[in-house]
Design a protein around this ligand. Sequence first.
Ligand code: NDP
Ligand code: 8X3
Length: 251
Amino acid sequence: MSGTICITGASSGFGESCARRFIKEGKKMILLARRLERLKQLQEELGRSDHIYIARLDVRNKNAVKSVFENLPKEFEEIELLINNAGLALGLESAPEANLDDWETMIDTNIKGLIYCTRQILPGMVHRKKGYIINIGSTAANWPYPGGNVYGATKSFVQQFSRNLRADLLGTGIRVTDIEPGLAETEFSIVRFKGDENRASKVYQGTQPLTGKDIADIAWWLFHLPPHVNVNTLEVMPTCQAWGPLAIERK
Ligand code: NDP
Ligand code: 8X3
């Protein structure tokens, strides 16, 4: 089958699981992340090196994003599915104490990196009148929590950008979905807590969180829905997660 599947942030978590899920499609795949060694290992393990193009990419670097997509080998050029997954949370401090550099990194990665990749692949998709963009948002876009401040706000951007893409792409046949996962065990919390694995593991203690495979299965299912069906937003939590009451300050 023709068409290439491109996954950003494929070196761990959801992105890596999507690579493992989508390799079974027999399609070509582009796997991008900063940790090239991880991508090489994954490419070797998946055993289809002729089908998999890997490249080191920091999505925050606009010129690097342009260069990667403009210099793809010819046989990988026709991207049919872009999974905009690269992203991160940094810190859980409340706004007055949060690190401004962390805030900027989240904005640069989750918002700017995502729009750079999207803008780069859109003209080709529009030209071919075929394509699917799956953005990885978060429940944090919908449900504020203490310390979520800028992370949640970046995911609200992803949600609204996804909807606005739908508005702009009407008539092109291109589909857009924002998958919004809740608690999921990946390297997410290790990154959030800057390598503190003990603190990260406590986030999942006593729970059955979502896994990378769960999200990959959902992405795969979305991709295989008939072309006339567009799921706009798909919010998913583990069964062990739900909403709490609104917080009230009592004197
Ligand atoms: P992981 O930390 O396991 O994976 C994050 C991936 O993003 C890695 O492959 C990492 O690769 C990549 N990445 C981070 N920064 C950059 C960058 N500047 N350029 C390129 N790639 C980058 O976490 P998850 O799999 O959980 O996270 C994937 C997405 O899912 C994120 O957008 C996250 O916000 C979202 N999400 C996660 C949830 C969770 O609870 N786990 C829930 C809801 C959403 P590398 O470091 O090699 O560059
Ligand atoms: C990740 C889920 O609840 O840590 O997006 O924000 S949460």
